[in-house]
Design a binder for this molecule. Structure first.
Ligand code: KG4
Ligand code: ZN
Length: 337
């Protein structure tokens, strides 16, 4: 089954074709970073308009790269939530219209299920049960995955998401939007241990997170510092170590609590090199393994949506012809596959 996947939930237009027999056939991504940079964050209306401009050319490009005509598709999957409502509407309307015109089944995919399943896209040996750590710009969640579609929330952030903490901290220290990856790059040059920040909520039981206080600690340290490039890198390193260690402590607890041996990590912060190494070591120490998508499939992309949609379409699930999106959507309410 060949499924076209469309992702437009935020500031990235992603398109891909996934074949359930042959794997990923083609994928393309257009990022709106330059568009939003001068505003220091995503401007929803501009995001929607840019998706309108870029989506259909990307669909044509991906079909050409896959060597497929439209009528050789077997299904369409689009992100239906959570995300920015206008941005979601662009992908959902285009996906539904295409499916209607081609008389194909179509399905609205949960963006976080897309992230969660992304590690399975290129690792056929990976299957539930496992614990998933979802760390993106909007979410930080630990999820017990008993089967595909069977998700139990173990813990989540009470305030900022991990990626949001990276971005806001970067902005405070004068880095350009979106600062998360840049802050991580700076941290590589930083001296470990010169700045030490707390590991929030690790001194009490439970699997919830809180990252907004950490951001304030970093701000105070930055303001009191000499603000040289070296100090900025050292503070970045201290911040990154605090986030990585906090995530690792909670992942260890989640593995212990569920008895799972496999940890799956996805979402933009999953591209973080230090986090990947730390969680791999943690899982290996427990005799298990930590699995990540390749970095470009950690951040938003169309491939994960094509893949998640293909699994559900293959199981006979599909949505009716209405264009419906869900800016807020609890993953635990998804039907089993
Ligand atoms: O999954 P994603 O592309 O979009 C959402 O669904 O939110 O995640 C984007 C987030 C941003 O906050 C970005 O700063 C963060 O992922 N991110 C990183 C790295 N690469 C992206 N954070 C830390 N280290 C990185 N290397
Ligand atoms: Zn995302």
């Amino acid at each position: 089954m060949r499924v076209l996947g469309i992702e437009t939930s935020c500031d990235e237009t992603g398109v891909a074709v996934y074949d359930t027999d042959r794997g990923l056939l083609a994928h393309a991504l257009y990022t709106q970073i330059a568009l939003h940079a001068e505003y220091g964050g995503v401007v929803p209306e501009l995001a929607s308009r840019d998706h309108v401009r870029k989506l259909l050319p990307l669909v044509r490009q991906v079909l050409a790269e896959a060597g497929l005509r439209q009528d050789q598709l077997d299904g369409v999957a689009y992100t239906a939530g959570p995300g920015l409502v206008g941005a979601l509407m662009v992908g959902a309307a285009a996906g539904r219209a295409l499916a209607w015109a081609l008389d194909l089944p179509a399905i609205g995919v949960h963006h976080m299920e897309g992230h969660l399943l992304a590690p399975l896209l290129e690792d056929p040996g990976l299957a539930p049960p496992f614990v998933a750590l979802l760390v993106s710009g909007g979410h930080t969640q630990l999820v017990e995955v008993a089967a595909i579609g069977d998700y139990r929330l173990l813990g989540e952030t009470l305030d900022d998401a991990a990626g949001e903490a990276f971005d806001k901290t970067a902005k405070m220290m004068g880095l350009a939007y979106p600062g998360g990856p840049e802050l991580a790059r700076l941290a590589e040059a930083g001296q470990p241990g010169r700045y030490t920040f707390s590991r929030p909520m690790t001194d009490r039981p439970g699997l919830d997170f809180s990252f907004s206080g950490l951001k304030t600690q970093v701000l105070l340290a930055w303001q009191a510092s000499d603000r040289t490039p070296e100090t900025r890198a050292d503070i970045a390193r201290g911040f990154e170590d605090a986030v990585v260690e906090t995530l690792a402590i909670k992942c260890g607890r989640a593995l212990d609590q569920t008895g799972a041996r496999t940890l799956v990590v996805a979402g933009g912060v999953g591209a973080n090199v230090r986090l990947r190494a730390r969680l791999q070591a943690l899982a290996a120490k427990r005799g298990g393994r930590a699995c990540f998508p390749r970095p470009e499939f950690c951040t938003d992309n169309g491939a994960m949506i094509a893949f998640a949609g293909a699994l559900r379409l293959q199981a006979g699930q599909q949505a009716d012809a209405a264009v419906t999106v869900a800016p807020r959507w609890d993953m635990a309410t998804l039907p089993a596959v």
